[in-house]
Design a protein around this ligand. Structure first.
Ligand code: DUC
Ligand code: ZN
Ligand code: ZN
Length: 473
């Protein structure tokens, strides 16, 4: 065998199904050998006492996304993928948002231009459909699915994004015929508007009322409705960012009936609660995201959903805004009502340390479940497997080396993101990724971004094996 480019020696390798000790041999960006005492290489990394895991795949992040008048997202592709790399990720999947009246091709051209040459890790875009016109559904989407944009997100809330039930059915129908996977943001728009107006009339405008304006039934109802509409079309759906047990039980119920309904939850629903929104002055704005964090019973339910397989993926829903910034959480209008505070929190760098520490170290999930929830299932769900999401001969050499005993406190000043705060400030973590390798390139090592970075590429994806296979594909 000719010389390897890189050998990771003596670590404990874990995949979604197995844990074993061996060296990992890498050449030309791929894993080419797994075994003991692999031969010479240009570079050897000693991984004794370390875990060698498939690089994290975060299938739900927002970067460089238009966010409303005067508001700027805290991460562009450079800072977002840098932060992701330090958090042990090798691929992230951001959303290319169609504005009303805009062609999807134009939206994609603009979004690609922002990403080009700026990514430290690989990226692959989902589409957000806000204007499902006949030409979008009949012409653009089918061609784009063939081009490798095989998943799209629809919203049941937010002005400018919310689709009517009729439109949801039309998008679902297109997903069925094209073999795409639909992701659904499930919250009832009218219910939120009604509650928001009531709260504002009563002078209840502080950030904490963001949570009051979108209580659990708002999410439960929309989740159930999305599932029922998908059943009418016979199309699989992924319910994203599930925050509580009642919504989770709708998914479990659908799965028990044999429906292809999948679920995602996020760190904020495991470790934050509604009480975090009740900070002094505007501090609560740091935790404003949708759906909002709930209570301890909801946290327990979300853990249960991860442990029992109701949720296939654990994502960050990284949607970063700076706090101390009039273009971020402290936008002047936000002081007049929670309704104007930008929705979303940063978390791409802390997703995996939180899941490892709270999940694996605390004994809630196994190391193999951790790998599945953080990487393998994302690759499978969104058409990247087996190129991504596993450690196997032939797969891309996307690897995160973890020190499972390293303890650290999460502090914004130590993170590598664009936001100036983290909602997880002060949290003690055991287990941290120390080296991140993307297609054989070392991107993060010894707490530093390696030189010659920004080698991330956009990935064209296969159709999801979880979607309906169209007759012609
Ligand atoms: N939905 C998301 O998916 N992310 C952030 C905000 C939101 O409402
Ligand atoms: Zn959403
Ligand atoms: Zn999101």
């Amino acid at each position: 065998m000719s010389k390897l480019d890189l050998v990771i020696r003596g670590g404990t390798v874990a995949t979604a199904s197995d844990t074993f000790s061996c060296d990992v041999g890498i050449r030309d960006g791929r894993i080419v050998a797994l075994g003991d005492g692999l031969g010479s290489a240009e570079r050897v990394i000693d991984a004794k006492g370390r875990l060698v895991l498939p690089g994290g795949i975060d299938s739900h992040v927002h970067v460089s996304q238009p966010s409303g008048p005067g508001i700027v997202m805290a991460d562009d592709f450079e800072s977002g993928t840098r932060s992701a790399a330090f958090g042990g990720n090798t691929t992230v999947m951001p959303f290319c948002v169609q504005e009303k009246g805009q062609s999807l091709r134009v939206a994609l051209k603009d979004y690609h231009a922002k990403a080009e040459g700026n990514c430290h890790i690989d990226v692959s875009f989902h589409l957000v459909i806000s204007d499902p016109t006949a030409s979008v559904l009949g012409q653009e989407l089918p061609a784009l699915v063939d081009d490798g944009y095989t998943s799209f997100k629809v919203f049941m809330t937010y002005q400018d994004l919310a689709l009517t039930d009729m439109q949801l059915l039309e998008v679902f129908s297109t997903a069925r015929t094209t073999g795409a996977l639909v992701m659904v943001h499930a919250e009832n728009y009218d219910a939120i508007r009604f509650l928001t107006e009531q709260l504002e009339r009563a002078g209840k405008t502080a950030p904490k009322f963001h949570a009051t304006s979108r209580p659990i039934p708002v999410e439960r109802e929309a989740t159930h409705r999305a599932i029922s509409l998908a059943e009418l079309i016979d199309v699989p759906v992924m319910i994203v960012h599930v925050s509580n047990g009642e919504a989770m039980e709708q998914i479990r119920w659908a799965q028990s009936r044999g429906l292809k309904v999948y679920g995602e939850t996020c760190p904020q629903y495991l470790v934050l609660t509604e009480r975090d929104l009740d900070g002094l002055n505007m501090e609560g704005a740091k935790y404003v995201c949708s759906p909002p964090p709930r209570d301890e019973a909801s946290q327990k339910a979300c853990w249960n959903g991860l442990e029992t397989g109701v949720f296939q993926v654990f994502s960050s829903d990284h949607c970063p805004f700076r706090y101390d910034d009039p273009a971020g959480k402290l936008v002047p209008k936000g002081r007049t009502s929670f309704r104007w505070v930008p929705n979303g929190i940063p978390g791409v760098e802390t997703r995996l340390p939180i899941l490892f520490s709270e999940g694996v170290v605390q004994g809630r999930i196994s190391l193999n479940q951790f790998v599945a929830l953080s990487s393998t299932n994302h690759a499978r769900m969104y058409g990247l497997h087996p190129r991504k999401g596993t450690i196997a001969v032939g797969s891309d050499a996307d690897i995160a080396i973890w020190d499972p005993t390293r303890t650290a406190r999460i502090e914004a000043r130590n993170l590598h993101q664009g936001a100036d705060y983290t909602p997880y400030e002060g949290r003690e973590i055991t287990g941290w990724p120390v080296t991140t390798i993307v297609r054989g390139h070392i991107v993060v090592e010894n707490g530093k971004l390696a030189t010659g970075a920004r080698k991330g590429e956009h990935l064209r994806r296969d159709r999801s094996p979880y979607a309906i296979r169209p007759a012609t594909a």
